[in-house]
Design a binder for this molecule. Structure first.
Ligand code: C2E
Ligand code: CA
Ligand code: CA
Ligand code: CA
Length: 275
């Protein structure tokens, strides 16, 4: 039994070493990628459920490694966060997305750019400066930008977070709470929150069905939004049934494969021109 225990330990350790080596290899590749322009952005339209007008697009980051394989952002974003690289990557995303917004606004002048901001980025003391610099460089006003944060940025409703949000809102920037309801924070902050929008996570949209209609989590978030005067947008709308159900509950906006998958900028421009 002892022998077996030792060999399992050895096996486990080499696996851990392998994983560590993979991670550090990926990390050094990630760092090089910023210089070598290996990151790209795709854009997914956000649509008003009543008027069908495109109101915004969400920038979603893509990365191809040296083997030319697409790596999911669910893999490389956490790694960029752990290493601090997310600060420079996040800044690049902001600049690139606002630059591309000019092309989008030639077709649809009021479309907003939604950008995902990670906790480390939001909590960086320079974050507001990074945002205002990016806006100034692109020659755009704050109301062109929608910042998607999650509950993990800190205690929403706390003085610290609220002051930061208020300063961002002074720039005219819109604030959305991404993946709303998937975290573990309480709802007690909602009446103090200076955000503009709640974003329903796709996990709550995919489980909508005719039987739980009116009493599922997505519907409750829509009701919360109404109560607290917050706009509500649903992500991951894949079917007409989901679209109809959300619209019937009074959800304002949506995005998902049913409207469009995330598109490279040229395809997005074509898509917008055909609308
Ligand atoms: P998220 O912000 O919750 O983004 C929604 C994800 O759902 C995206 O995955 C999007 O492509 C996908 N999606 C959109 N419509 C549908 C649909 O109808 N059905 C299904 N099944 N999925 C849909 P993606 O692009 O793989 O991004 C994953 C996550 O990575 C994002 O989740 C976000 O948290 C993070 N991420 C992506 N880009 C950035 C970035 O530039 N900065 C930061 N900090 N995080 C990013
Ligand atoms: Ca998002
Ligand atoms: Ca997110
Ligand atoms: Ca989500």
């Amino acid at each position: 039994a002892k022998k077996k225990g030792v060999s399992q330990l050895v096996y486990f350790n080499t696996r851990m070493v392998d994983e560590l080596r993979d991670r550090s290899m990926m990390l050094s590749e990630l760092k090089e990628s910023l210089d070598n322009q290996m990151f790209t952005l795709m854009y997914q339209p956000q649509v008003d459920l009543n008027t069908h007008q495109v109101v915004g697009v969400e920038a979603l980051c893509r990365w191809r490694n040296k083997q030319n394989e697409q790596v999911s952002p669910d893999v490389f974003i956490p790694l960029a966060e752990q290493s601090g690289l997310i600060l420079s990557l996040g800044e690049w995303v902001l600049h690139k997305a606002l630059d591309d917004l000019h092309r989008i606004r030639c077709i649809k002048p009021f479309v907003r750019m939604a950008v995902n901001v990670s906790t480390l980025q939001f909590n960086d003391p320079d974050f507001e400066k990074v945002v205002s610099n990016a806006l100034a460089l692109a020659g755009l006003s704050g109301n062109c930008l929608d910042i998607e944060i999650t509950e993990s940025v800190g205690v929403l409703g706390s003085v610290e977070v609220e002051e930061k949000l208020a300063r961002l809102k002074k720039l005219g920037v819109m604030i959305s709470i991404d993946d709303f309801g998937t975290g573990f924070s309480s709802l007690s902050y909602l009446d103090k929150l200076s955000a503009d929008q709640l974003k329903i996570d796709k996990s709550f949209v995919s489980c909508m069905n005719p039987i739980n209609s009116g009493s599922n989590i997505a519907d409750m978030i829509v009701a919360l939004g109404r109560k607290f005067h917050l706009n509500v947008i649903a992500e991951g709308i894949e079917t007409e049934e989901q679209f109809n159900a959300l619209k019937a509950q009074g959800c304002h906006q949506g995005q998902g494969y049913w409207f469009s998958k995330p598109l490279v900028i040229d395809d997005l421009v074509n898509w917008l021109e055909q609308k």
